[in-house]
Design a protein around this ligand. Structure first.
Ligand code: NAD
Ligand code: DAU
Length: 357
C-alpha cells in the first residue's frame, strides 16, 4: 500500500521514543516532509533530545509546539496551523511506579488527552481517507503471562496497573473512533524499549547511572520477573512500517523476541558497564539490593509479533548485545544530559519513594 505523508504531528516527541522516532524519520526512514513535535514538556520531556534535529531542520522541516494534548483549543490551533495528514501519538505518562503513586495524571493524559486528540483529528479530517492516526501503545494492556505463552493481537485485554489500564482505555477509544466515525487508524502494542535518551527512572538507564554513581541497584521482589526487550530504533522502524503499510483499523504487536529475567539483564549490564568504565564487576555486584516488590508486579511479558513480520516484512535489526553496548556507551558519554533531566523535582521524588520501600 505504502501511504505517503507530507506533514506529521508527533506527540511526545521530546520524550524517549518520540525523540528517537523523529531522528529516525529524518536520518533513516527517507521521510521528506515536515514534522511537528507536539509536547507539553513534562518531567519526561526534554528538548535537548531533539536539539540536533532542530539545528539541522528547525523552521524548515521541523517545528516544535509546546502544548498539552488535553488542551483542545491549543490542539485545534496546531491542526489549523500545520494541516497534518498524520498523527503519531506517543505522548503519555509512561512509568508504572508513578501510576501506582499518583494515577490521576495517567487518566488525564492517557485517557482524556487521547480522547481530545482523537476528537480534534476527527473534526479536522472529516471524510478523508488519505490521513492516519497511529496510536503507540504497550504490551502491558494484555496483563501478565505465566511461564509459557505469548501475547498476540487476539489476546484479551487484562490491564493490572493504573498505567496499563489508562493505555488500554486509550486503545479502546482509538478503535472506537475507527469503528464509529471511520477515522483511519493503526495501533501498535510494543514490549520494553531501551536505548539513548530514556529517562533514568526506567530499569536500564537507572541501573547504569546508579553503578556509575556507586548507588544501590534496587531489584524488585525476587528479580525473576521477565520482560521482552527491544532497541528503540527497531520499535520506530516497526511503527513506520505499520504507518506506511498497515491495514487501517488493525493493531500490530511489536517485540524483541528477547526475554530476560530482570536479574539476568542486570548481570549483563554490570559486565558491560564494568568493561566500559574499567571497574571490576564485583564492585557493582556488591551494590545489588533486593527491595520490596512493586504492587501488582506483572510476572512475564512475551510477544508474538508474527503478524508484523509476515505481513509487513519487518524484523529487528539490532542484537541485544549491540543495542545494550550502544546504550551503555551513550549514557557514559552523556552524563550531563542525565544530570539535567534528573535535577529538581524528579530527584526529590526518587529519593522520597526509594527510601520508603
Ligand atoms: P516518555 O515518558 O519518555 O515520554 C513521554 C513524552 O510525552 C514526554 O516528552 C512528555 O513531555 C510528553 N507528554 C506527557 N504528557 C503530555 C501531555 N499531556 N501533552 C503533551 N505531551 C505530553 O515515554 P516513552 O517511554 O517515550 O513512551 C512513549 C509512548 O510509547 C507512550 O505512549 C508509552 O505508553 C509507549 N510505550 C513505551 C514503551 C517503553 O518501553 N518505554 C513500550 C511500549 C509503549
Ligand atoms: O512493556 C512495555 C512497558 O515497559 C511500557 O509500556 C512502559 O512505558 C515502560 O515503562 C516499561 O514498563 P516496565 O514497568 O516493564 O518498565 P520498568 O523499566 O519500570 O521496569 C522493568 C522491570 O524492572 C520491571 O519488572 C520492574 C523492574 N524494576 C524496575 C525498576 C525501575 C526493578 O527491579 N527495579 C527498578 O528500580
Amino acid at each position: 500500500m505504502k501511504r505517503k505523508f507530507d506533514t506529521l504531528i508527533v506527540t511526545g516527541g521530546a520524550g524517549f521514543i518520540g525523540s528517537n522516532f523523529i531522528r529516525y524519520l529524518f536520518e533513516k526512514a527517507g521521510f521528506e516532509g515536515k514534522v511537528i513535535n507536539l509536547d507539553a514538556l513534562t518531567y519526561a520531556g526534554n528538548l535537548e533530545s531533539t536539539e540536533d534535529i532542530f539545528r539541522r531542520f528547525g523552521g524548515k522541516r521541523y517545528f516544535f509546539e509546546k502544548a498539552d494534548i488535553g488542551d483542545r483549543p491549543s490542539v485545534e490551533a496546531i491542526f489549523g496551523k500545520y494541516k497534518p495528514d498524520a498523527v503519531v501519538h506517543l505522548a503519555a505518562e509512561s512509568h508504572v511506579d508513578r501510576s501506582i503513586l499518583g494515577p490521576e495524571a495517567f487518566i488525564r493524559t492517557n485517557v482524556m488527552g487521547t480522547f481530545t486528540l482523537l476528537d480534534v483529528a476527527r473534526n479536522a479530517w472529516k471524510d478523508r481517507n488519505d490521513v492516519l492516526f497511529h496510536h503507540v501503545s504497550t504490551d502491558e494492556v494484555f496483563g501478565s503471562l505465566g511461564d509459557s505463552g505469548y501475547f498476540s493481537e487476539d489476546t484479551s485485554y487484562d490491564p493490572r496497573s493504573p498505567y496499563s489500564a489508562s493505555k488500554a482505555s486509550s486503545d479502546h477509544l482509538v478503535m472506537a473512533y475507527h469503528h464509529t466515525y471511520g477515522l483511519p487508524i493503526t495501533l501498535s502494542n510494543c514490549s520494553n524499549n531501551y536505548g539513548p535518551n530514556q529517562f533514568p527512572e526506567k530499569l536500564v538507564p537507572l541501573m547504569i547511572l546508579n553503578m556509575l554513581e556507586g548507588k544501590p541497584l534496587p531489584v524488585y521482589g525476587d528479580g525473576k520477573n521477565i520482560r521482552d526487550w527491544l532497541f528503540v530504533e527497531d520499535h520506530n522502524s516497526a511503527v513506520w512500517a505499520i504507518m506506511r503499510d498497515g491495514e487501517s483499523g488493525r493493531s500490530y504487536n511489536i517485540g524483541g523476541e528477547n526475554e530476560w529475567e530482570n536479574i539476568k539483564l542486570l548481570d549483563c549490564l554490570i559486565e558491560l558497564v564494568a568493561e566500559a568504565s574499567g571497574t571490576p564487576p564485583a564492585q557493582f555486584r556488591s551494590l545489588v539490593h533486593y527491595v520490596k516488590d512493586r504492587p501488582g508486579h506483572d510476572r512475564r511479558y512475551a510477544i508474538d509479533c508474527s503478524r508484523l513480520k509476515k505481513e509487513l516484512g519487518w524484523k529487528q535489526e539490532h542484537s541485544f548485545d549491540s543495542g545494550l553496548r550502544l546504550t551503555v556507551g551513550w549514557y557514559l558519554a552523556n552524563k550531563p544530559w542525565c544530570d539535567r533531566v534528573r535535577s529538581g523535582a524528579y530527584r526529590n521524588w526518587l529519593e522520597e519513594n526509594y527510601t520508603a520501600r
